[in-house]
Design a protein around this ligand. Sequence first.
Ligand SMILES: [Zn+2]
Ligand SMILES: [Zn+2]
Length: 266
Amino acid sequence: MFLQLFEGLPFYLLWPALAAVGVGWYLLICGGLYLLLHRSRYAEKARRWKTQIQSTRADQVRGEIVDGVLSMSMVMGSIAIAFWCSYHGYNRLYASPTDYPLWYIPISIFGVFIVMEVFEWTFHWACHRNDLLWKVHKHHHRYANPTPFGVMADQPIDMFIKSSPILWIPLLFPIWDVALIGTFATMNFLYGTYLHAGFDPPWMPSPHSRFLVSAWHHNEHHAGSLDHNYGFFTGALDILFGTRLTPNDKVEKRPSYRCTECRTSA
Ligand SMILES: [Zn+2]
Ligand SMILES: [Zn+2]
């Protein structure tokens, strides 16, 4: 479906056209959530779910937006390369859901989920363990109290590598364009926006969740321990490699610790 919308554009127009769409979505979704949580009448009500009580600075928000626009353009660069390869028959990204049997779509989505979960955890872990990668990734850690705009506030090379599964998954197995981009956007952009928004509302995963990554866990990665909680969606690999940090772990290490933002637990 998406492939057909941009078919016929030369690459030098394809990338800017996709970047304009991506940046538009970024400003709409993250900007809308930022205005709702920080600048609307609802903001006062929402404060009870805020993970960190201090306000964010205006220069931080400006910095996050500049980073976010650049990084979103890099994500769209990955998509533009994947589209270009598909138009020229170099990969197996397909446009119509009926090009393969319909039962193949949920299986391929599950494949994308597993590849992204493993790749992004491993790359994130490596960024905190390797000096060269840390020079790139530390850009994302400039702000210990991110806003929704922070979901894309990465160094552009960091974001290009993070989004590279879009580029190479269609080389591994056939994938419908909507399934690939939809799964990536849901995991990295929509769920990532929640992780960076700095709010732990009761209808989202609890900080005490045994398996899921909640905003508390990613906030802890930004504001507490850089050596823990590398996962973005499930905590499976953090649990497997002993890098999962929960409020209970903190209580064990520091009995006086009180998780003030754990409002979703009794
Ligand atoms: Zn990190
Ligand atoms: Zn982050």
